[in-house]
Design a protein around this ligand. Structure first.
Ligand SMILES: *Cc1c(COP(=O)(O)O)cnc(C)c1O
Length: 425
């Protein structure tokens, strides 16, 4: 046994989170799942909370809204309470609803108030496409031309962003800023505190897309003081395909009229008065729209209970150890193939939950990995992301992935596959 293999086994022995692994279902023939940053695995607890919701429907029908262990009328608020410790917010600052896309539409329509010469939105040229689509359509709805008003900080290396360069772009004509907490390709973690402070000194509203950090990187959103945030729950939070999203609106904005209103944003005691006059909830719940998709909220409950038990600080600690271990192992592969490049920053405080590599044959290396029981994540044009999920990935999995990758690179067996991406990649 090599020293590094032994190290993996030792790290697994010390791992307090290893007890959670058996609670997850792994895909057939794929014991190593490193794609939890795209779609987390199903756990027995998520399955159980979904079945419990179905059971409530069976037993109570319409009365399920107010009866049973988890009355559906208050379910969103219950889930918000469970998420609060993950992001350092008060439950009242969170709404559990919609998707990143719909929640961004909601918050940008609410907080983007162009006035005089302060009309611009600042984002970055590596942003996830849906975020850009939302910003452009919200600008158009306010009569502002995105071509002159949507400003993108340009990454100097094509992979990462420099906070000081972002701050330089916070000019007087910027009205709102939207940035990722963790960049979805490179896995770079931005300094939310520094960016928020700089934005507020310049009287600019700032918010973050937490898609790649919620559930793996702790945040202190309330204390940070950022104005808003959005996230999905089907990545690190394992809520299932299309699982319900969420939004954070800092307490200081409560009472602001939602840009988009719907009856589930009502004060709950007034909602069923059926009045044509909207009486909003006095907190972030006011930003919900229609009837919550209960069956797609339900798996999140079981899943979040595991995050509560594990604790986000312990999760982060294991995540950092796993990605550092992976980097150490994969660095050896550079000797075999010098076209491998790490694009994730090396320092702990600048790294989210995954490790990303670039390689000209990335697409077919991923296909080869999949035939050998390792599921990574490909991102066009030539990136491979490896996301070890602290609740269900072991250090031995990381070590085995290294062995498989080594064999693939040594034999060049990936040349059997075409280097094209599939429809979803
Ligand atoms: C996954 C992801 C999304 C997806 O948005 P949905 O509305 O949930 O489909 C948006 N932004 C980022 C950065 C993502 O990684």
């Amino acid at each position: 046994m090599t020293l590094l293999h032994k190290l993996a086994l030792d790290l697994d022995k010390q791992d307090k989170l290893s007890i959670f692994r058996d609670e997850f279902y792994f895909p057939e023939d794929s014991p190593i799942y490193l794609d939890g940053n795209s779609l987390g695995l199903l756990s027995k607890r998520a399955e159980a909370s979904l079945l419990a919701s179905l059971e409530d429907w069976k037993r109570y029908a319409i009365d399920g809204w107010t009866n049973g262990e988890n009355p559906w009328f208050y379910y969103g608020e219950k889930l918000s309470g469970l998420k609060a410790p993950l992001i350092g917010a008060s439950p009242k600052e969170i709404a559990t609803a919609g998707s990143i896309t719909s929640n961004l539409h909601q918050l940008i329509s609410t907080l983007y108030q162009p006035e005089g010469t302060k009309t611009k939105i600042l984002t970055d040229n590596l942003a996830f496409p849906t975020d850009i689509y939302v910003l452009e359509s919200q600008m158009k709805l306010k009569g502002v031309n995105p071509a002159d008003n949507l400003m993108k900080v340009v990454s100097s290396d094509g992979q990462t962003l420099n906070e000081d360069r972002i701050i330089e772009k916070m000019t007087e004509d910027i009205c709102l800023i939207l940035l990722p907490s963790v960049l979805y390709r490179s896995g770079q973690l931005l300094d939310l505190n520094k960016l928020t402070k700089a934005a507020h000194e310049r009287n600019i509203i700032i918010g973050f897309d937490l898609a790649h950090s919620i559930g793996v990187v702790p945040h202190q959103l309330h204390e940070t003081g950022c104005d808003f945030a959005v996230w999905c729950t089907y990545k690190y939070l394992n809520s299932g395909p299309g699982g319900v999203g969420g939004l954070f609106l800092h307490e200081k904005h409560h009472g602001t009229e939602p840009g988009l209103t719907g009856w589930f944003g009502s004060d709950k005691s007034k909602q069923f008065d059926m009045s044509h006059t909207f009486t909003p909830a006095d907190d972030a719940s006011a930003f919900q729209l229609g009837t919550p998709h209960i069956l797609n909220c339900a798996p999140l409950q079981g899943s979040l209970e595991m995050f509560q038990e594990a604790g986000i600080a312990t999760i982060r600690e294991k995540s950092l150890r796993m990605t550092a271990f992976m980097r150490k192992l994969f660095s050896e592969l550079k000797l075999l193939d010098d076209r491998i490049e790490f694009i994730t920053p090396e320092e702990d405080h600048r790294r989210g939950g995954h490790l990303a590599l670039s390689h000209p044959d990335a697409a077919r290396i991923c296909k080869d990995l999949k035939t050998r029981g390792v599921i990574p994540d490909f991102r066009a044009p030539h990136f491979i992301r490896f996301a070890p999920a602290p609740l269900y990935t072991s250090f031995t999995d990381v070590w085995e992935t290294y062995q498989v990758l080594k064999s693939i690179l040594e034999s060049k067996s990936y040349e059997r596959f075409s280097n094209e991406r599939n429809v979803i990649a």
